[in-house]
Structures are given as structure tokens and as C-alpha cells.
Design a protein around this ligand. Sequence first.
Ligand SMILES: [Zn+2]
Length: 81
Amino acid sequence: MRDAVNGRRGNAGQRGKDQRWYMEQYKSDECLCGRPKARRYAFCFRCYASLPRDMQRALWRRFGQGYEEAYDAAAVYLGSL
Ligand SMILES: [Zn+2]
């Protein structure tokens, strides 16, 4: 887990995470919940499957075009933030 809330990067409005954080999480093989996940998926299958439909769909947005917000919303829903 990384905590980048230093204001060092000047990346406004991302609530402490920058785009690279999401990209790394996206490409990693570990879900927020600690279970393994497939690379290039936001969450493991179990987390993903427990999300409401509209949240699942939102996660297919592109980076910088809503993905980050969708990820955060899903993470809050899953109780991991
Ligand atoms: Zn998970």
C-alpha cells in the first residue's frame, strides 16, 4: 500500500491517488481485498461480482475518462477505502 498524499505531484482533485496508482493497481495481480486478480481487471472476480451492475459497467471506462471515479466508488462500496 502506498500513501501519496503529499501534494508533491500537483495532480489536483484525485483525492491522494494519481493516475499512475490506478494504472499500477489495474496491472497488478492483487486485488484491493488481498485476493489474487487477473491483470488488466480492476478487481478480483469476487469483488467485481459483488458490485451493482452500474458500478461494474463504470469500470470499463477509460483512464482519465471516469475510470478513477468508478474505481473509487467501487472501492468504497466494497469497504476497502
Ligand atoms: Zn477482491
